[in-house]
Design a protein around this ligand. Structure first.
Ligand code: FAD
Length: 160
């Protein structure tokens, strides 16, 4: 199977965009990620998937905790910063939720403790038990076919 075909197929799945944040010895590290999903309600679990070449991999293995910051539509620049797509080093200030660094202006900030990790292929899945949540009433940043978008209502409302 061709890598490009696989990537193109997966890029057809429209997602939100998150920045995963964590901290080791006072140093905060962030990484843009869309491989995130809700996993269980009781207990409340989420999962993220981190590539084997990402610096974030060893950092979460050490910290054993992370926060998922679901980005709002005006946070594309932050997404690009934490994906390493902007040359100039950007100074980002973090808020604290439940003792963990989180991004101000996110739709949702979800803090977790790592309860399990699974290496699958070239990624590691980190299962996080949710410890705290903060929500804001904002519109999401969307990622589809490798491009950022904003959410639009469907043109024709269904009669339901
Ligand atoms: P680095 O390359 O070390 O850092 C990334 C950038 O974040 C650098 O520019 C750095 O300066 C900046 N940064 C880090 N911490 C701070 C801080 N405290 N203050 C200011 N700036 C900081 N990869 C995955 O593994 N899983 C995914 O689910 C995933 N989804 C993605 C979704 C999208 C939409 C995009 C664009 C990329 C995605 N990636 C994903 C790729 C991933 O974001 C990049 O490969 C990333 O650069 C790897 O992060 P790293 O830990 O190696 O961080």
């Amino acid at each position: 199977m061709d890598d490009r075909k696989f990537r193109n197929a997966m890029g057809n799945f429209a997602t939100g965009v998150t920045v995963i944040t964590t901290e080791v010895a006072g140093d905060v590290h962030g990484m843009t990620a869309n491989a995130f999903m809700s996993l269980s309600i009781e207990p409340k679990l989420v999962v993220i998937s981190i590539g084997e070449n990402a610096h974030m991999l060893e950092i979460i293995k050490t910290s054993q905790k992370y926060a998922v910051n679901i980005l709002s539509e005006n946070q594309q620049e932050l997404s690009m910063n934490f994906a390493g797509q902007i040359k100039e080093e950007k100074e980002v200030s973090f808020d604290i939720l439940g003792g963990q660094p989180v991004l101000n202006g996110a739709l949702a900030q979800v803090t977790c403790e790592v309860v399990n990790e699974y290496v699958e292929g070239d990624h590691t899945l980190f299962i996080g038990k949710v410890t705290d949540i903060h929500l804001e009433d904002l519109e999401p940043l969307v990622f589809f076919k490798g491009k950022y978008r904003s959410l639009q209502p469907v043109k024709k409302a269904m009669n339901v």
